[in-house]
Design a protein around this ligand. Structure first.
Ligand code: CP
Ligand code: NVA
Length: 307
């Protein structure tokens, strides 16, 4: 039986993303519990902390009639050197799907290679595909955009560290043909292969992608998105990153440069006083917490699609 994994946004075609978003909106509005996954078990391996992704996947699985189990890395034999190959083959015999958050993206690929069940990337150092689906859902919901084809009218700006979250937002914008600007100091831009891939997709999707270090490019932004400056696994770069990224903080002054009707998004967890001020967090709590809630609806749609 063939299976499909979600390791990167590029694993999804535009039509599949549209279908997932339609399904997520339907699930959100119907608020029904289903029993489609009766007897199915979802394994979850989180090498790094998680609140939203872990709880949203667990809740989604339960509300769809299945059971999630948390496979704590320190209690797996992987910790003692068992190979990913052996773990993946064995777990495939028990589970219906595997959600995995890793330090190294390569490990998600290894799990996917040797598993016969779908593997879903719950964040790696390179991508966070589940997050960007909820991000797009939130923009559509708040701007009342019914179909992704009409989303290009909305200017989306990501400002800050060119990290995993930025990479997936860039990727989904490139696939869907959106108007996306990434503003980052040159030391923190996404890696060249991520940029090249996005421009390659944009050339066929019609996406307008701008990559810049110039903060004034925030002008007319309808959506301003930021994320932490020190991602999990990069703690040793803290001081240097804070110094470089401080001019890119989302604060009241910066927002004056954007559209007066703009919304602010943040994947959370946030560090108030670093990438975003407490004042901006308070003012834009509605959009940011709607975005967090939408993780549940999009992850339900992902489970229904992939399992
Ligand atoms: N945004 C996000 O993935 O949050 P968690 O780290 O809490 O899962
Ligand atoms: N970029 C952040 C996202 C957390 C959800 C990190 O990787 O830590």
């Amino acid at each position: 039986m063939s299976k499909k994994d979600l390791l990167s946004i590029y694993d999804l075609k535009k039509e599949e993303i549209s279908t997932l978003l339609r399904e997520a909106f339907k699930l959100k509005s119907e608020k029904k519990y289903l029993d489609v996954f009766k007897g199915k078990v979802l394994g979850m391996i989180f090498e790094k902390p998680s609140t939203r992704t872990r709880v949203a996947f667990s809740t989604a699985m339960i509300q769809l009639g299945g059971s999630p189990i948390s496979l704590e890395p320190e209690n797996l034999q992987l910790k003692r050197g068992e190979s990913i190959h052996d773990a993946a083959v064995v777990l495939s015999g028990y589970l219906s799907g595997l959600v995995i958050r890793t330090f190294k993206h390569y490990d998600t690929e290894e799990f996917a290679k040797y598993s016969t069940i779908p593997v879903i990337n719950a964040l790696s150092d390179i991508e966070h595909p589940c997050q960007s689906l909820a991000d797009i859902m939130t923009i559509m919901e708040i701007y009342k955009v019914k179909v992704v084809e009409n989303l290009k009218e909305v200017k989306i700006v990501y400002i800050g560290d060119g990290n995993n979250v930025a990479n997936s937002l860039l990727a989904i914008s490139a696939v869907l043909g959106l108007n996306f600007t990434l503003i980052s100091p040159h030391q923190c831009l996404p890696k060249k292969d991520m940029l090249d891939k996005a421009f390659e997709y944009a050339s066929s999707s019609g996406a307008v992608i701008r990559i810049t270090s110039d903060i004034s490019e925030i002008k007319n932004a309808d959506v301003i998105y930021t994320d932490v400056w020190i991602s999990m696994g990069y703690e040793n770069e803290m001081e240097n990153r804070k110094r470089i990224l401080m001019p890119y903080q989302v604060n009241k002054e910066l927002l004056k440069k954007a559209s007066s009707k703009c919304i602010v998004l943040h994947c959370l967890p946030a560090v108030r006083g670093d990438e975003i001020t407490a004042e901006v967090m308070n003012k834009y709590g509605y959009s940011i917490f709607t975005q967090a809630e939408n993780r549940l609806h999009t992850q339900k749609a992902i489970l229904l699609h992939f399992l």
